[in-house]
Design a protein around this ligand. Structure first.
Ligand code: 6XA
Ligand code: ZN
Length: 345
């Protein structure tokens, strides 16, 4: 399996995030990807290549140009005000406020394009986010050219980023960019399966009214788990997209049996949809030892997950999302990819 990676993800290194009302060191740190890289190379999952460079056009297929323009200029705007520390959103236009007028004030702009205070914007954020999209697009291209599977080892993650908003450590939705690239390259239908602990609200929002992308997400119940305001079972799509979005919210603390029942349902729906390609939003914050999540998956379950995904028999693109038990996430990711390889051959 081809692995696409660049050490330049280090450009994005947030210092602090707000967590339960306190400023704490960022959970989403460069060491995460370093450990994953070490584990996948150690387990000989496949050859590693650097990403190709892509223009902004494939990213603009899923994100609003004015949002991307904001991200591109954000650090310069912030430092022009005399700031040297990371920018953290602090004010948001909730119901009743105007969304059509972009304020001149930077912190007001940042609030307009974000939904939480846990996602710092740093000097290298735009560069790393662009690189993450390049990684996803390069891996997608490998599959479009005939590879059975590829792993986009990108960072920062992407699945919370919507058409025009960042949050949950995410800026560009790498899985969505890749899914759209499959369609633009001639695919008729693409399925995205999100197995991260957190609902992929950004991916859902991007494709909610479309039938050419099937979105399936297994996650902690948003009644108690982040991102709280989306991810319920009754969100099944809208307009032409009705029936092409399924959420499998599970109570925090759910058993592995319950998790695999949900996986079976999602896999069945994917088989029925018969997509040309499958994109996996691969978060391993479902791990029993994850510091911010409450499922109980461990090495044998990750192996089983990989095997079940291979059993779908589809061209499969893995895109890295969350996972914060830093020293263990590499092994957990490698287990999924090994499980896939053992079945796919
Ligand atoms: C709140 C928790 C953000 C979770 C991000 C994540 N700061 N998403 O792992 O998949
Ligand atoms: Zn997550």
């Amino acid at each position: 399996m081809d692995i696409i990676y660049s050490p330049d993800h280090h450009a994005h290194r947030g210092e602090f995030e707000f967590y339960r009302g306190e400023l704490v060191p960022c959970f989403e740190k460069p060491e995460r990807a370093d450990f994953i890289f070490k584990a996948v190379t150690g387990h000989q999952i496949g050859p590693v290549s650097a990403p190709d460079s892509f223009p902004l056009a494939p990213i603009e297929r899923v994100h609003a140009p004015r949002y991307l323009r904001f991200l591109e200029r954000a650090w310069d705007s912030w430092t022009a005000l005399g700031n040297t520390h990371d920018a953290i959103p602090a004010v948001w236009p909730i119901r009743g406020f105007r969304h059509d007028v972009e304020p001149d004030n930077f912190i007001a702009q940042l609030g307009m394009y974000s939904f939480d205070s846990g996602t710092p914007f740093t000097s290298g954020t735009w560069r790393a986010a662009r690189l993450g999209a390049d990684i996803a697009l390069t891996a997608q291209r490998r599959i479009a050219q005939g590879a059975r599977a590829a792993f986009a080892l990108s960072r920062p993650p992407g699945h919370h980023a919507g058409p025009d908003f960042l949050g949950g450590y995410c800026f560009i939705n790498n899985a969505a960019v890749a899914a759209q690239a499959f369609l633009d390259g001639g695919a008729s239908r693409v399925a995205i399966l999100d197995v991260d602990y957190h609902h992929g609200n950004g991916t859902q929002s991007i494709f909610y009214d479309r039938a050419d992308v099937l979105f399936q997400s297994i996650h902690g119940d948003p009644k108690t788990e982040y991102p709280f305001y989306l991810g319920h079972a009754d969100e099944t799509g809208a307009g032409p997209g009705l029936g092409f979005n399924q959420n499998y919210p599970l109570a925090a603390g759910s058993s592995n049996e319950q998790w695999f029942v949900a996986l079976d349902s999602a896999c069945k729906r994917i088989r029925d949809y018969a997509p040309d390609a499958l994109v996996i939003s691969l978060g391993v914050d479902t791990y029993v030892g994850d510091p911010i999540s409450k499922f109980r998956l461990d090495a044998p379950e990750y192996l089983r997950l990989g095997g079940q995904l291979a059993g779908l028999g589809l061209p499969t693109l893995f895109v890295m999302e969350g996972g914060y038990a830093v020293e263990e996430i590499g092994v957990n990711v490698a287990q999924v990819l090994r499980g896939f390889r053992d079945v796919a051959g």
